[in-house]
Design a protein around this ligand. Structure first.
Ligand code: F6R
Length: 620
C-alpha cells in the first residue's frame, strides 16, 4: 500500500524523508519519489523499485532543503514507472502533491483540465490534484482588487480543490508561493502528524515516525492540517478550528528492526509468547475467574442487555473472529455470528439495540471493516473494536473497545496480531460469560490456562528446526489442503491463507467433516493434507477423516497433542502441549505460520514483501 511522509523544520528534509520511506517499505510498493522545496523551487527525484534506488539518486545531488514530501507507490492507476511515481507536480512546477487512496472522478476531472490546457505527465489519478491546485491558486492570483494582485491563499485553494474530489484520499501538498507551510487532508485514508521541536512531520502510518517524534495527532475524515516549522492547526473544510488530542508514540526503534531474524515475519512469530502475555497483562483476575476490560467500562451496563454479537473483519482477523464465535457461544452463552466486512457492507444487516457489532482489525484502518462499523452505527447497534494500532480510525470510531497490545506488526503476513486477537476474544468470553451463566470453577480454569499459554508457545517454537525440515520435504508440493474441525477449522483457513500469501502455493482450508462432500475427490499421492487434530472433543472425527485420506494414498502432516503416538505412526507430526480445547488454536497456529514461512524460504521468495499484497488495505 502506498506510503506518505513529509517534513518541515530545521534540518535537511531528505534525511528524514528517506528514512521514513524505508520504515514504510514493509507496506509494499513498486516505486518511490521525493519532492524538496528550496529557494522557491520544487525539485523532484523518483525511482522505480526500491527506496535504496531513490537514495542512490539523491546522493548524487544532496539538498539542504528543509521541507519536503515523499511517497512509496503501489500501482493502481497506471503501471509502475518513474513517471507515475509520486510526488506529482502541476504544469509550472509550483505545487507538489503526494496522495494515498483513489480519486474516483479523476477521468472527468482530467478531461476537463486537459480542455483547459493542462498537460499531464502521468497516467495517475493523483496528478489531477496538482493541476486542480494550480488552477485554484492562479484563479486567486488573477482576482485583482483595485488593480493589485492578491496574495495567493494556498489553504483556500487547497479546500476549493478538495471539494472537487470524489473518492478516498490522504493528501499532502506544498507550494513554492507558500514555502512556510504544508497542507494535508484526509478522507478514508490515514494521516498522522508528528510533533517535534521546531519541526513537524506527517506520515500515513505512525511507524514512519518512530524514533523522530514522541507525540502524534491523528487526522480524522474531512479535516485538513496546516503544518509549519512551529506547529500545526487542524481545521474542518469550513475553516473551523478543531482541538485535537495529542497521543504519545510509545513504540521504540527496535520494532522496525529485524533484531537478528532473517525476516519480520519470523521475528513476529517468535514474539508471540510476549505479545500474548502483553494482551493479558492486567486484565485477568485469576482468583475470581474473571476478566477486567477497562476499555469496556463505559458500555458495561449496555453489554449486560446484549443478546447477539456480530463480528466483522477481513483476512486473518476474520479467522480469529471465527474462533471467537465458538468461544463466545460456548462460554459466554451469546449468539455470535461472523461476517466478512467486505460482504457485510453490501447486505442489509438486521441489527438492533441488543446487538453488539465487534470490529476486529490489526491496523484499525481496513476500509471494508470501517465501512461495516459505520453501517452498524447507523443501525443503532453497539459498536466495539478489537484493534491493535492505538488511535487508529476504527479504534476512534467504535463506541468502546479493547486494544490488542501486540506492538507494531510489520510483516505483511499477519501472525502475532492473530494470537493477540484470540487473547482478547478469550478474555471477552470470560468477561461476558461471568456476567451470564459461566461458573466460577470454569472461569478460574480458563484464567489459569490462559496464563500458561506463553510458556506453551515457547515449547512449540522450540520445534522450529523440525518444522523447517518438514517444510523442505514438502516445499515442492503444488497444492495443500488444510483441515480442522470446530476451534481449529478457522486455523485451517489461516494456515492455507499464510501459505498462499507468502509461498504462492494454492491451498484450501476446509472443515474436516466437509471432505466427503466434495474435496476428497482431490486426494491422491500428490496432495499433502495439513491436519490440525489436537486431542479435543472432535479428535475421533478428525482421525476418521485422516483414515479416509490415507486410504486414498494422500499424505498427512498433522498438528497433534504431545504424546499422540498413534498419529506419529501414521503421519509426519508436529506436537503442541495439551491445553483447554478453546485455547488450542493459539498453539496450533504457530506450526502453521512457521511451515508457511519455511516453505516460502525454500521457494526463495521475498517474505516480508509478498507480491501484490499491502499491509493495510485502506481502499475497497
Ligand atoms: C493476512 C493479512 C490480511 C489482514 C486483513 C485485515 O496475513 O494480513 O488478511 O488480516 O487485510 O487487516 P486488519 O486486521 O488490519 O483489518
Amino acid at each position: 500500500m502506498c506510503g506518505i511522509v513529509g517534513y518541515i523544520g530545521k534540518r535537511p528534509a531528505q534525511d528524514f524523508l528517506l528514512e521514513g520511506l524505508k520504515r514504510l517499505e514493509y507496506r509494499g510498493y513498486d516505486s518511490a519519489g521525493i519532492a524538496l522545496l528550496d529557494n522557491g523551487k520544487i525539485k523532484t527525484v523518483k525511482a522505480l523499485g526500491k527506496v535504496a534506488e531513490l537514495q542512490l539518486k539523491m546522493e548524487r545531488s544532496t539538498s539542504s532543503a528543509m521541507a519536503g514530501i515523499a511517497h512509496t507507490r503501489w500501482a493502481t492507476h497506471g503501471k509502475p514507472s518513474e513517471k507515475n511515481a509520486h510526488p506529482h507536480i502541476d504544469c509550472k512546477g509550483d505545487v507538489a502533491v503526494v496522495h494515498n487512496g483513489i480519486i474516483e472522478n479523476y477521468r472527468e476531472l482530467k478531461e476537463a483540465l486537459g480542455k483547459r490546457g493542462h498537460a499531464f505527465r502521468s497516467e495517475t489519478d493523483t496528478e489531477v490534484i496538482a493541476h486542480l491546485l494550480e488552477e485554484e491558486m492562479s484563479a486567486q492570483g488573477r482576482s485583482a482588487s483595485g488593480g493589485k494582485i492578491r496574495e495567493v491563499d494556498f489553504e483556500k485553494a487547497f479546500v476549493a480543490m478538495l471539494k472537487q474530489l470524489k473518492g478516498a484520499y490522504g493528501i499532502v501538498a506544498m507550494a513554492t508561493k507558500n514555502p512556510e507551510i504544508m497542507l494535508a487532508a484526509r478522507l478514508s485514508s490515514p494521516l498522522v502528524l508528528g510533533i517535534g521541536q521546531e519541526e513537524m512531520f506527517i506520515a500515513s502510518d505512525a511507524s514512519a515516525l518512530v524514533g523522530d517524534v514522541k507525540r502524534i495527532v491523528y487526522l480524522d475524515d474531512n479535516e485538513i492540517a496546516v503544518i509549519g516549522k512551529e506547529g500545526y492547526v487542524v481545521k474542518t473544510l469550513s475553516s473551523r478550528k478543531r482541538e485535537k488530542e495529542e497521543l504519545p508514540l510509545e513504540w521504540n526503534k527496535t520494532v522496525a528492526e529485524h533484531s537478528g531474524y532473517a525476516h519480520f515475519m519470523l521475528k513476529e512469530i517468535f514474539e508471540q509468547p510476549k505479545s500474548f502475555a502483553d494482551a493479558l497483562r492486567g486484565r485477568l483476575i485469576p482468583g475470581e475467574g474473571k476478566a477486567r476490560l477497562g476499555g469496556l467500562r463505559t458500555v458495561e451496563k449496555r453489554l449486560r442487555s446484549i443478546n447477539r454479537i456480530v463480528i466483522v473483519s477481513c483476512g486473518t482477523s476474520y479467522h480469529s473472529a471465527l474462533v471467537g464465535e465458538y468461544m463466545l457461544e460456548e462460554y459466554a452463552g451469546i449468539k455470535a455470528e461472523v461476517e466478512m466486512a467486505s460482504e457485510f457492507r453490501y447486505r442489509k444487516p438486521l441489527l438492533d439495540k441488543k446487538t453488539a457489532v465487534i470490529a476486529i482489525s490489526q491496523s484499525g484502518e481496513t476500509a471494508d471493516t470501517l465501512a461495516a462499523i459505520r453501517e452498524a452505527k447507523e443501525k443503532g447497534a453497539l459498536v466495539l473494536g478489537i484493534v491493535n494500532v492505538v488511535g487508529s480510525t476504527i479504534a476512534r470510531e467504535t463506541d468502546a473497545g479493547v486494544y490488542c497490545h501486540a506492538g507494531p506488526e510489520i510483516s505483511v503476513a499477519s501472525t502475532k496480531a492473530f494470537t493477540s486477537q484470540l487473547a482478547i476474544l478469550a478474555l471477552l468470553s470470560l468477561y461476558l460469560g461471568r456476567q451470564r451463566g459461566l461458573t466460577l470453577v470454569m472461569g478460574k480454569r480458563i484464567a489459569k490456562e490462559l496464563l500458561q499459554i506463553p510458556k506453551y508457545m515457547e515449547r512449540v517454537l522450540t520445534q522450529a528446526k523440525a518444522i523447517k525440515k518438514l517444510a523442505k520435504k514438502y516445499a515442492k508440493q503444488a497444492h495443500y489442503l488444510y483441515l480442522g474441525r470446530k476451534y481449529n477449522y478457522p486455523n485451517a483457513l489461516e494456515g492455507a491463507l499464510k501459505i498462499k500469501e507468502i509461498a504462492y502455493v494454492p491451498a484450501q482450508g476446509y472443515p474436516t467433516g466437509e471432505m466427503k462432500h466434495g474435496p476428497i475427490a482431490l486426494i491422491d499421492a500428490s496432495v499433502v493434507s495439513v491436519m490440525i487434530m489436537p486431542k479435543d472433543s472432535v479428535y475421533e472425527k478428525n482421525v476418521s477423516g485422516m483414515e479416509e485420506i490415507l486410504a486414498r494414498g494422500g499424505k498427512i502432516l498433522a498438528i497433534a497433542t504431545d504424546g499422540d503416538a498413534m498419529l506419529a505412526k501414521k503421519a509426519d507430526v508436529i506436537f503442541i502441549p495439551k491445553t483447554l480445547e478453546m485455547l488450542t488454536p493459539l498453539l496450533a497456529v504457530i506450526p502453521l505460520q512457521l511451515f508457511a514461512y519455511y516453505v516460502a524460504v525454500e521457494r526463495g521468495y521475498d517474505i516480508d514483501k509478498p507480491r501484490n499484497l499491502a499491509k493495510s488495505v485502506t481502499v475497497e
